[in-house]
Design a protein around this ligand. Structure first.
Ligand SMILES: [Zn+2]
Ligand SMILES: [Zn+2]
Length: 305
């Protein structure tokens, strides 16, 4: 059995493995026939919907005989790998490229879809942020900006699947969409979930941690216990796919960061001293690198109140 078939047939088994484990597993499987394993993971969650990971935010895709939809695009160096994998599966046109938000690890690869995709869709603020950051970085010519934007709700159809996008206010930025494949009941959360990994909180693009918690609570109510969630990022050893339990835990983590920060401000700490903390009380399984990012964001958010 070739590796790709093996990955498809083992979708359910793979779903239970972490990314790091998947990479080792796939490398092991490829050794037998002498081919080097590709540095990316293209893996089906259902017969039509799958995930692609290589570098940057997790990509989701829908393959229907009538068309393809892709959620997020990583980088110009990695998006062509996804496109070549999709072309092995179908000649159907790419109807939609959806951006969960504007960050470069989710939109820089948009340009690889130029001339291939019918529409690029994002929240209005995501488009504005992408354009603003590109102008500041003098690389607007390297962007493929969304041509369809929405304010609160958007819906599109590809074959038999209905794709709904929701904007519930600021969180990781001020333009984060939740993207729901309604029939499959799979939601791409973008960077609204960093699974067991300290998040980037982009205050320069309107992020708000206390409202982020509200968005996560709303997601746990709006969707259900059968919904599968896809996450922008996860810590080593944790999955990029999960359920409402992960959303609750991440919301609890954000709450723990804010509570801890508020206590430290009240205790008269300086920001400089506060940022030297290496652990956050009651932050559960969130450990490792990047702790100063949420701490600094929480400090600035609470001081701005
Ligand atoms: Zn990201
Ligand atoms: Zn992001």
């Amino acid at each position: 059995m070739d590796r790709r078939k093996f990955v498809q047939n083992s979708a359910l088994t793979f779903g239970a493995l972490t990314l790091a484990q998947q990479k080792i597993f796939s490398a092991f499987f490829t050794k037998g026939n002498g081919a080097a394993p590709p540095p990316w993971m293209f893996h089906m969650l259902t017969d039509k919907i799958g995930v692609f990971t290589e570098s940057g935010g997790t990509i989701a895709f829908l393959i229907d005989k009538k068309g393809i939809a892709v959620v997020d695009a990583q980088f110009p160096t990695t998006a062509p790998h996804l496109i070549s994998e999709l072309k092995k599966k179908t000649d159907a046109p790419i109807k939609y490229l959806i951006n969960t938000h504007h960050h470069g690890d989710h939109t820089a690869g948009n340009i690889s879809f130029k001339g291939l995709v019918d529409h690029v869709v994002a929240h209005d603020n995501s488009r504005k942020n992408q354009k603003r950051v590109a102008i500041a970085g003098k690389n607007l010519d390297k962007q493929l900006l969304p041509d369809k934007v929405y304010a609160e709700f958007w819906q599109g159809y590809v074959g038999e699947e209905s794709i709904a996008m929701y904007y519930w206010g600021p969180g990781h930025t001020d333009g984060d969409s939740l993207v729901h494949f309604e029939n499959a009941n799979i939601v791409h959360m973008g960077d609204l979930v960093f699974n067991r990994r300290h998040p980037f909180v982009d205050r320069s693009a309107g992020a708000n941690m206390s409202h982020w918690m509200k968005v996560l609570h709303r997601a746990t109510r709006h969707f259900d216990s059968n919904t599968t969630f896809i996450y922008g990022h996860s810590a080593d050893g944790y999955n990029i796919v999960g359920n409402t339990d992960d959303l609750k835990k991440f919301s609890d983590y954000l709450g723990a960061v804010l509570t801890f920060t508020e206590g430290e401000i009240k205790a008269g700490k300086t920001k400089e001293g506060f940022l030297k903390n290496t652990t956050i009380p009651n932050a559960g399984e969130w450990k490792g690198d990047g702790i100063s990012r949420p701490l600094a964001a929480a400090w600035d958010e609470l001081m701005a109140k």
